[in-house]
Ligand binder design. Structure first.
Ligand code: 13P
Ligand code: SF4
Length: 373
């Protein structure tokens, strides 16, 4: 484990905070609704036709959605899947989306790195982001010619909210010459100020890619601690944290282990160090899913992360029994089937990123995506 410094946003002695740079935000000539048109609301009745068209999808979620609730979801599922074809749209869904989104309407599912890679490749005209705002911004930054919609613009992230572009400029001045890595859980304006982005799936490789002995890795102090524990590079970090993962404690995990010493505990690197220390494995949401798939039949697993993960992976790893001390991400949970339907019908809420900010942020994200390991 190497040394760690947690920086703050106090200006260095004698240095005033620079005034924010003024940028002209060119408003799009027309809104997405004006460009694509608003479509009439389809019937949301649960008819025999809807039941037949969605039966194969219900099979994937029957373990978590009681049959009595399916007539509520099914009409939305059918309407959304029909509309995707009409709009030439894809739905990119993060692993924390609820099962009826993840299994029934998503075209692509994955962790932040997988979603960023796929956003770059899709040839759809419209991307609907099943996830939080920074993920939708990343899609827009990578595909500026596409229309990116987020079904609820208030779906934020405590990490993205913990740091501003001005904070990053301050760190640059305080630590001249030290490369800056930003977790993708940041705004496009923050990404525009850094050298490269990382996700929890590649953070160690990204930090080591500079070949230097000191790197700033922001804004998640816990992810940074985890990187420092797995690398010789000295990490300077920020005071951000994930409001979902910071609530787990090593003590509660120890109680699960005491109750069943064979239990496997898998944590997300956004968890505090005592939680990681009490776990058998730490990795991105995609790496956690991969780990679970390889647990032998009869194994019991504690997934130390957002609640929908265990629900979603349960159908892909039926041999495993999940113990669920999960926490809900209130931001991810803002995305629902009714809001996805509204997004596709009314073409809202469009994600707009200033062209100059997007160009600089794109450099940082593409540098990560194309990093040779
Ligand atoms: P992943 O990149 O591991 O999917 O994490 C994103 C996230 O927001 C976890 O809280
Ligand atoms: Fe942000 Fe944490 Fe929610 Fe992920 S789980 S989106 S890091 S608040």
């Amino acid at each position: 484990m190497t040394e760690m410094v947690v920086a703050t946003n106090e200006a260095p002695t004698g240095e005033a905070r620079a005034a924010p740079r003024r940028r002209r935000r060119a408003a799009p000539a027309k809104t997405a609704a004006e460009r694509f048109g608003v479509l009439p609301r389809p019937s949301l009745e649960y008819t025999p036709e809807v039941a037949a068209a969605t039966a194969h999808l219900y099979e994937k979620v029957a373990h978590v959605i009681p049959a009595i609730e399916w007539p509520f979801h099914a009409p939305y599922v059918k309407a959304i899947n029909d509309l995707k074809k009409v709009r030439n749209a894809v739905i990119l869904a993060h692993n924390y989306m609820t099962p009826e989104i993840y299994h029934c309407v998503a075209d692509v599912v994955g962790d932040s790195l997988q979603l960023a890679r796929l956003a770059e490749k899709t040839d759809a005209d419209i991307i609907v982001q099943g996830g939080v705002h920074f993920m939708a911004e990343t899609s827009k930054v990578l595909s500026p010619e596409k229309t990116v919609l987020i079904p609820d613009g208030k779906a934020g992230c405590s990490l993205a909210a913990s740091i501003t572009a001005e904070d990053v400029r301050l760190l640059r001045r305080r630590f001249p010459g030290v490369p800056i890595v930003a977790y993708v859980n940041t705004s496009a304006e923050v990404k525009a100020e850094v050298d490269i982005t990382c996700t929890s799936s590649n953070a160690v490789e990204v930090v080591e890619s500079f070949g230097v002995d000191r790197v700033i890795c922001l804004p998640d102090q816990y992810l940074a601690r985890w990187v420092a524990a797995n690398s010789k590079v000295k990490i300077i970090t920020w005071k951000g944290s994930c409001e979902v993962h910071e609530r787990f404690t090593g003590e509660e995990l120890q109680a699960y282990r005491d109750a069943d010493p064979s239990v496997r505990i898998i944590a997300h690197p956004e968890c505090p160090p005592d939680v990681i220390a009490a776990s058998d494995f730490a990795g991105s949401t995609a790496k956690m899913i991969d780990f679970v798939k390889h647990v032998p039949a009869g194994g019991r697993v504690v997934l130390v992360t957002e609640c929908s993960m265990a629900d979603n992976v349960a159908s892909e790893a039926p041999q495993v029994e999940f113990v669920r001390p999960c926490n809900l991400c209130p931001h991810m949970k803002r995305i629902t089937l009714p809001k996805i339907l509204d997004a596709l019908l009314e073409m809202k809420e469009e994600v707009v990123v200033d062209a100059e900010v997007a160009a600089r942020a794109r450099r940082a994200v593409e540098r990560m995506i194309h990093l040779k390991n």
